[in-house]
Ligand binder design. Structure first.
Ligand SMILES: CC(C)(COP(=O)(O)OP(=O)(O)OC[C@H]1O[C@@H](n2cnc3c(N)ncnc32)[C@H](O)[C@@H]1OP(=O)(O)O)[C@@H](O)C(=O)NCCC(=O)NCCS
Length: 257
């Protein structure tokens, strides 16, 4: 019995510990099943390797995708009833809800402060169902600790998020194609995005209408800057040593849920 506890409390403490342990095992099994379903055995293996190596550091790859904005832009045939518009900085609380609470108000405010724009999909009840951000000057890539410095008429979108309950209904496709159309109308010629290698659904969604252009591999020992391997240019844009303040870095895309 833990010292200082009354006798009657002991079974309760023991019961809580058992419930927590059972809960952890159940959620671990659920995650393994999710990893396997979303990305197959390769993704499951990566997931296990990440878990095992986590105490020492992190490694992985981020894949960059490009879409040329000349010519035709895809016209999605799903998700009718979703209106697409730009969000304003006054809508932070709605945006936090649009991310199911997975991004903090401060993170989103910081993105507006550095003049990134947020595009949203809104359903017929006025609820934000999807958020995605757009940068036209530079963007921080957290895994590699580098900035993507955008070339003329090139843009970058990041942190696309469809509310959990509404995934798999074509909302991402609807937003992506609207971004392509809006950027083309504004005179942009190419747009990039990136997805972490351990995000099979994000990779699938990006591959549909964008071409893979390069991948950066990173190895980061705990407390050190990452070692990054890969080509340092895409189109007219370049990867450079990070030059944005830590608060802005914290607001960068996590590249997955
Ligand atoms: C990635 C994400 C934005 C896709 O949003 P969505 O609205 O569900 O996407 P769509 O319904 O338009 O589907 C996009 C593609 O992904 C596929 N997909 C969607 N959910 C899937 C799932 N659970 N498993 C496998 N494929 C899935 C769709 O079949 C579709 O591919 P297809 O056109 O070849 O059939 C969404 O899963 C999400 O918010 N994930 C968490 C955040 C994240 O990882 N963002 C991407 C990195 S920036």
């Amino acid at each position: 019995m833990p010292a200082g506890l009354p006798a009657a409390a002991a079974p309760r403490v023991f019961g809580v510990a058992v419930t927590q342990a059972v809960g952890k095992v159940a959620s671990g099994r659920l995650r393994v099943a999710e990893a396997l379903r979303a990305g197959g055995a390769y993704h499951l293996l990566l997931w296990v390797l990440h878990k095992v190596s986590a105490p020492l550091g992190e490694f992985g790859c981020v894949a960059f995708f490009a879409r040329e904005l000349f010519g035709s832009v895809p016209d999605p045939d799903v998700s009718p009833g979703i209106a697409v518009s730009w969000a304003s900085p006054d809508e932070i609380d709605r945006l936090v809800a649009g991310y199911d609470g997975a991004r903090s108000a401060e993170t989103l405010r910081e993105r507006f402060r550095r003049q990134d724009r947020c595009i949203i999909g809104v359903d017929d009840r006025g609820q934000i169902v999807h958020c995605r951000w757009l940068a036209t000057r530079r963007a921080y890539i957290p895994e590699c600790d580098v900035d993507l410095v955008l070339g003329p008429r090139e843009a970058y979108f990041y942190d696309g998020y469809t509310r959990r309950a509404l995934r798999g209904r074509g909302i991402d496709g609807r937003i992506r194609s609207t971004i392509f159309q809006k950027l083309r109308a504004d005179g942009f010629e190419r747009v990039y995005s990136y997805v972490r290698g351990d995000n099979p659904v994000g990779l699938k969604a990006a591959r549909r209408w964008q071409q893979p252009v390069t991948s950066l591999w990173y190895i980061r020992a705990r407390g050190l800057r990452p070692l990054v391997i890969g080509k340092r240019t895409i189109g007219l844009s370049t990867f450079e040593t990070a030059g944005i303040p830590p608060a802005a870095q914290a607001a960068a895309s996590p590249g997955r849920d």
